[in-house]
Write a protein that binds this ligand. Structure first.
Ligand code: AMP
Ligand code: MG
Length: 495
């Protein structure tokens, strides 16, 4: 006889609902007609202090499908605005998402548990409030891959097929993603209240963000506190974007509503990983002007942070000239913060002795070589680690006819690196061998959506969970797609 699994008991502590009254709307999930658990992230469940077995039980599924709101939850739709492709939308908000509540995880960190695809809300505008299975699985995969790469990100706790259908360009299976985040505060959350000149709510929001993400600032006088928040967010975003750039991640829709205050990556819609190195790379079908191209991401982050700074102006100082001056100085600091992160990353990725002029020129020349010969960004760095260990052959093979240029570059590199096994090991800890290759992601999603075959999704998740450890049996996952496939690859907005 199997033991009775009791319903999940979740210790919620809902600070957003408590402290930010009037900044959200109480709302309930629509529920799912015939829910099916596609995947529960048991490791994350345990990290959150949840009983994974109970979460996987029928009672847990009822919760994850939005059919049963658990005791202690306070489901709500958050208000936010946002600049989308440069244009301000004063009201976006959770149109197909709900914050279920917050828990304190086993490390003592407060984490949001939220739904995506849980039905219409007062912020849905023309949308149906739903999510299709493919984009839900994409977000699951990409978030977990980023986490394994050591990059701050929201994560998936579960993916549930609702049993209902969603109308897109055709009828598709519907799904709900259960998402975990350090918070769902966005630049756009601040823009919402700033645009309405509601200083009381704006201050409450900023104080809340400070309590949650930068508690050390509470001690500061008001004249320093909000500038401190801006500074902290700028630093976190500079670090985050540098990490994206280090692995070739293209977010695809860096609107201000998709930029967090926590510094976590959020909203994996039309995102993708770059294969051959080219700063102009764009995969998103909606990004026609290339605003969110790979190489533009640091500049766009700074642009978004300028919108954040503008929103905070009334709080930074009563004298608005002074507030402007302060905000501008902080915004300018984005570039040195980013560059410091980037230099450190280059040093680690190329295994360089230092971060001097010669090293930086060498790093830039490596990228120029990759660009001019359309070489795979991920593999080139990984094969350089092999060269550090004394095995140049894989790198030479990758470069093919560009080998003479590689040799010239390598002779400079050997002067500036401490090659050897220890160096190679260190390089392999920062240069992944497995990234979510676009063709592999598509194959996994297609099998799931078209044939209810989740094996490729599970397998890919397993490979991406250990991205730095090369395994013979996973060799196929390290391979780039054929150039002809990459040239035509398009991702669509995750709706
Ligand atoms: P996103 O593109 O997912 O970052 O979403 C941008 C805005 O559109 C947010 O306010 C979302 O809540 C809203 N939205 C996106 N898809 C839907 C949908 N299917 N139904 C309702 N609102 C949506
Ligand atoms: Mg979004």
């Amino acid at each position: 006889m199997s033991a009775q699994v009791s319903a999940p008991q979740i210790q919620f502590d809902n600070s957003y609902a408590r402290d930010l009254v009037d900044l959200y709307v109480d709302w309930q999930p629509a529920g799912s007609p015939r829910p099916q658990l596609i995947r529960l992230n048991t490791v994350l469940a345990e990290e959150l202090g949840l009983d994974a077995q109970a979460m996987a039980s029928p009672a847990g599924l009822a919760l994850l499908a939005g059919n049963q709101v658990p005791a202690g939850a306070h489901p709500l739709a958050q208000a936010y605005a946002g600049h989308q492709f440069g244009h301000f939308s004063p009201q976006l908000g959770d149109g197909r998402a709900l914050l279920l509540g917050e828990v304190i995880d086993t490390q003592g960190c407060r984490r949001d548990i939220a739904f995506k695809g849980s039905g219409r809300t007062p912020f849905s505008r023309g949308g149906d409030g739903l999510a299709a299975l493919g984009p839900v699985l994409r977000e699951y995969l990409l978030g977990e891959a980023m986490h394994a790469l050591g990059i701050p990100t929201t994560r998936a706790l579960a993916a549930v097929a609702t049993g209902g259908q969603v109308m897109r360009d055709r009828l598709l299976p519907g799904a709900i993603l259960c998402r975990v985040a350090a918070s769902h505060l966005r630049v756009g959350t601040f823009e919402f209240f700033a645009a309405r000149q509601d200083e009381e709510k704006l201050r409450r929001l900023a104080d809340y963000a400070i309590h949650r993400h930068d508690p050390a600032l509470i001690e500061l006088p008001e004249s320093e506190r909000y500038a401190g928040l801006l500074d902290a967010v700028i630093r976190r975003q500079a670090a985050l974007i540098a990490q994206w750039m280090g692995v070739g991640f293209i977010h695809g829709v860096m609107n201000t509503d998709n930029m967090t205050i926590s510094g976590e990556t959020i909203d994996y819609g039309p995102c993708a990983f770059m294969e051959h190195y080219d700063p102009q790379t764009v995969f998103s079908s909606i990004d026609r002007g290339g605003r969110y191209a790979f190489g533009n991401q640091p500049k766009i982050a700074q642009w978004n942070l300028a919108r954040f700074a503008e929103s905070l102006l009334p709080l930074i100082a009563t004298d608005q000239d002074r507030a402007h001056e302060r905000a501008l100085a902080l915004l300018h600091s984005f570039v040195p913060h980013y560059e410091r992160e980037w230099r450190a990353l280059q040093q680690a990725k190329l295994g360089l002795k230092g971060q001097g002029e010669a090293e930086l020129a060498l790093a830039a020349d490596f990228l120029a070589l990759l660009q001019s010969h359309a070489l795979d960004y991920t593999l080139a760095h990984r094969r350089l680690a092999d060269a550090a260990a004394g095995n140049e052959a894989p790198l030479r093979q990758l470069f093919g006819t560009a080998e003479p240029e590689l040799q010239a570059w390598l002779s400079r590199w050997y002067e500036l690196t401490q090659h050897g096994d220890a160096q190679a090991k260190a390089m392999r800890r920062v240069n992944p061998i497995y990234i979510p290759r676009n063709h592999q992601v598509e194959a996994a999603l297609t099998a799931a959506v078209e044939a209810s075959d989740f094996a490729p999704f599970e397998r890919l998740l397993e490979v991406l969970a250990k991205p730095f450890e090369e395994r013979a049996e996973d060799a196929a996952y390290a391979e780039p797609a054929a150039a002809s496939v990459t040239a035509c690859y398009k991702t669509f907005c995750g709706t």
